[in-house]
Design a protein. Structure first.
Length: 157
């Protein structure tokens, strides 16, 4: 029996050594993976910082005008009752707009007049540039019309 117990002890020691070597290999692998992750994280962070530096437009801020203080609107959270009242108010407003005789005659012109009347004066300066673009567009349209008329005249001959 002593011989068999020695063999059993020897096998258990070998199993223990195998387990210990396996655990040390796993531990080494995990630490090396963690090291690689931290290196890759640092690389990603440095790349992000470089990209952010490329998009940094703070130097242009001295040439831009100071923005006006934003008006803070206190928006209440809509619950069921306030949502219902809002829907009723908006539906009444829509009905009034649809019943308006000016709107019934020419809806687009009525909307245009409404926008002109309700826009702030700062937006009027932007409309000047938009007006120039409209003129260019009209010129192109007139050129097209002239071109089509000459084609149709050529076909009549």
């Amino acid at each position: 029996m002593t011989g068999s117990s020695k063999k059993h002890d020897l096998k258990s020691k070998q199993k223990l050594e195998k387990k210990i070597s396996f655990y040390t290999k796993v531990k080494d692998a995990v630490t090396s993976l963690n090291a690689k992750k931290t290196v890759s994280k640092k690389n990603k962070q440095s790349r992000r910082q470089k990209k952010l530096k490329a998009y940094d437009l703070s130097a242009l801020s001295e040439f831009l005008p100071e923005p006006a203080a934003p008006e803070q609107k206190t928006e209440a959270k809509l619950n069921c009752k306030s949502r219902q009242t809002l829907v009723l108010q908006e539906s009444a407003h829509l009905k009034a707009v649809l019943d308006n005789p000016q709107f019934q005659l020419d809806p687009f012109a009525a909307i245009h007049q409404h926008l002109l009347a309700t826009q702030p004066p700062a937006a009027a300066k932007k409309d000047d540039t938009a007006g120039n673009q409209g003129k260019v567009f009209k010129d192109k349209k007139s050129r097209r019309k002239k071109g089509t008329s000459s084609i149709s005249q050529a076909m009549d001959i």
